[in-house]
Ligand binder design. Structure first.
Ligand SMILES: Nc1ncnc2c1ncn2[C@@H]1O[C@H](COP(=O)(O)OP(=O)(O)OP(=O)(O)O)[C@@H](O)[C@H]1O
Length: 230
């Protein structure tokens, strides 16, 4: 087993994941080791089906590895209950997906505040923090628009604001530019870089997008359930 270090914000040691489909077992991840340091912007690249989404789900505690150990922000995920893992996400992790998954009839501001309601943050602080998050992703001018009135790129910015509003230490994103045209994608990527610089957050992004890959500090390459580089 690889030695776990004290300083990494995300660490995986010999992670495997096997899915059971009927009587068949399919090992999708074959013993992944990885270390991500605080403040790094890491792109996770690999063909469709190589296991990127499966790995991300394990690293944020949405799924359990078949074997191996995962430590995120100093906690060993396999030792936590589902509720404790949900708390860990609420406190320290932001999630962003290919689709923005906003409430269509709520405004941009309200969509961001929803994340803080779950944390029982007082109303005045919620409003202020949501405003700041919308400012950070440069979408304040649309704060009062209902999300269904926004473009795809604008919706993704609101989703990013929602993922950042609780000031997580780690942002994990799965194909966040997958539904955007190249100009919109470029703008979001520029924003990722700015946010890393301004906040010191750690970014882990699974992507096929060469713009994201080019902007990252480091690229992890997956192939057929193996990580080729760490
Ligand atoms: N719940 C599941 N049950 C069975 N097989 C699964 C499950 N989830 C994923 N797989 C299989 O695991 C493999 C890896 O899938 P995964 O979604 O992690 O790949 P990916 O690299 O994220 O692909 P993409 O770039 O298309 O999103 C695929 O062969 C997929 O069919």
């Amino acid at each position: 087993m690889t030695q776990m270090t004290e300083t990494a914000i995300v660490e995986g040691s010999q992670i495997t994941r096997t899915f059971h489909i009927g009587s068949r077992s399919v090992e999708v991840l074959h013993g992944i080791n990885l270390h991500i340091q605080p403040g790094e912007f890491v792109a996770l690249r690999g063909r469709s089906g190589s296991g990127k989404t499966t790995l991300l789900h394990l690293l944020v505690g949405l799924d359990d590895p078949t074997s191996g150990e995962i430590r995120v922000v100093g906690r060993t995920l396999t030792r936590l209950s589902e509720e404790q893992r949900a708390d860990l996400r609420r406190e320290h992790i932001g999630l962003l997906f290919q689709n923005a998954h906003l409430f269509p009839t709520l405004t941009a501001q309200e969509n961001v505040e929803v994340a803080l309601r779950l944390q029982l943050t007082p109303a005045t602080e919620r409003t202020q923090r949501a405003r700041e998050a919308l400012e950070l992703v440069e979408i304040s001018a649309r704060a009062k628009h209902r999300s269904m009135e926004l473009s795809g790129g604008e919706q993704q910015r609101v989703a990013l604001a929602r993922a950042l509003v609780h000031r997580p230490r780690l942002l994990v994103a799965d194909e966040p530019t997958g539904n955007l045209d190249s100009l919109m994608a470029q703008k979001i990527v520029t924003l990722f870089r700015t946010i890393v610089q301004q906040t010191g957050i750690t970014l882990l992004i699974a992507t096929h997008d060469t713009t994201v890959v080019a902007a990252a500090d480091r690229v992890l390459q997956m192939r057929d359930g193996n990580l080729l580089s760490d």
